[in-house]
Design a protein around this ligand. Structure first.
Ligand code: T4K
Length: 361
């Protein structure tokens, strides 16, 4: 059976090397040396500062909203994983959904502008599949409307836009290091803050809001810390990051060659690098999409419909339905993400391409 993704399993000797350090020190969480080391090497590797590592990408979003003191409503996309919006609800923020650009599948700045009301307190675009949103337009909107922009950049590991890490855009950008992501810490995440003061506030919030001497509580805190064991995994995965990125890029390029002219692909933002985080294809119709999924299943392949149904068509988020999300409605039921992970064999990719073609007939 070939599934949509498979976690990268780092070298066991390497993990053991890090874990034996953890055992020797008997220091297994609470801002330990490995978390500090991973923070530092990731800042260098990604080209960012003010990075905070968290227990997962969902808590990264919650902490970002909290540190930026967002209350009220936030404009976001319904074409995303539920965590973008569920993290808002956990912070008492109401998500309001706006339409996406039909070609890049990112949140549409014009739709956000039109949906803006005095209750809008933040804009939360998602760089879906790692494809950057129109960050210049969102920066203009943020300045004009005087609200922060928080990017859900969960899929963007290593993505650069115009030569800079995409994580440097917005007031904050969050990322997921879940097992299914190209770089992972089993469970984990991170936030990059633009403002030093907000960063410092978030650092305190991450650890219960405890002050430096632990005898005072100086912020409304939570426990969102990454542990040493997770950092050990992250450091081990990072060791192979070049190989991971190049193997993923190779698989994606086989798909693109094999399916050229057969399916549509999202338009990748000009000026942005690719990271082959996902392999989305857009079918002509929902019917064709279902036929392709069936044809893949026959050859033992389980592809996934990320992100179907779009959030505004789910029971929990229906009440927030913005009627004007026409592009999302027309696209979410036609997208399939094909299996993509390092080690996926060339002949398996060829079989997947053939099965997609078969389903399209
Ligand atoms: N924002 C966005 C835009 C996101 O996409 C996500 C997460 C978040 C925020 C929140 O970040 P985290 O809190 O998760 O850090 C998966 C992931 O669990 C989730 O992290 C991810 N997005 C989402 C897009 O995909 P599922 O429900 O598809 O996971 P699951 O368990 O079905 O796994 C997918 C495939 O991977 C399966 O076919 C089997 C394979 N797999 C999975 C695991 C966990 C393995 O082979 N081994 C494994 O250990 O959500």
């Amino acid at each position: 059976m070939i599934l949509v993704s498979k976690p990268y399993m780092p070298n066991l000797d390497l993990i053991n090397k890090y874990l034996s350090q953890v055992h020797e020190r008997s220091w297994i969480t609470n801002n330990g040396p490995l978390v500090r080391e991973l923070t530092s090497v990731l800042q260098d590797y990604l080209g960012v500062k003010n990075l905070i590592l968290t227990a997962n990408g969902t808590l990264a979003l919650q902490l970002a909203y909290k540190a930026l003191r967002i209350k009220g409503e936030a404009l976001t996309t319904p074409f995303t994983f539920v965590a973008t919006a569920s993290s808002m609800k956990w912070q008492g923020i109401t998500p309001r959904f706006c339409d996406i650009e039909p070609d890049t599948l990112g949140l549409c700045p014009q739709a956000v502008k039109e949906a803006f009301t005095p209750n809008t307190k933040a804009i939360v675009p998602v760089h879906v599949y790692g494809n950057p949103c129109n960050v210049e337009k969102f920066e203009d909107l943020s300045e004009d409307m005087k609200v922060p922009v928080i990017y859900d950049a969960s899929h963007t590991f290593s993505i650069k836009y115009k030569g800079q890490s995409i994580l440097n855009r917005g007031d904050a950008s969050t990322i997921s290091f879940h097992a299914t992501k190209l770089f992972h810490t089993v469970e984990g995440g991170g936030i990059v803050f633009k403002d030093d003061e907000v960063f410092e506030r978030a650092r305190l919030m991450l650890n219960f809001g405890l002050g430096e001497n632990a005898e005072d509580i100086v912020a409304p805190g939570i426990n969102a810390k990454m542990s040493e064991v997770h950092a050990a995994y992250g450091l081990s995965v990072l060791h192979s990051i070049d190989e991971i990125l190049s193997e993923r890029a190779e698989v994606l390029s086989y798909y693109h060659q094999g399916l050229n002219g057969v399916v549509e692909l999202p338009r990748w933002r000009e000026g942005a690098t690719q990271n082959a985080a996902y392999a989305p294809i857009i079918m002509d119709s929902e019917n064709q999409c279902l036929k392709v999924l069936e044809s893949l299943k026959k050859v033992g392949v389980v592809a996934r419909r990320y992100f179907y149904p779009s959030l505004h068509h789910t029971s929990e988020y229906k009440s927030d339905w913005n009627d004007s999300c026409k592009n999302v409605t027309g696209i979410a039921n036609r997208v399939i993400c094909l299996p993509l992970y390092p080690g996926l064999e060339k002949h398996d990719v060829a079989n997947i391409v053939e099965a997609v073609k078969e389903g399209c007939q």
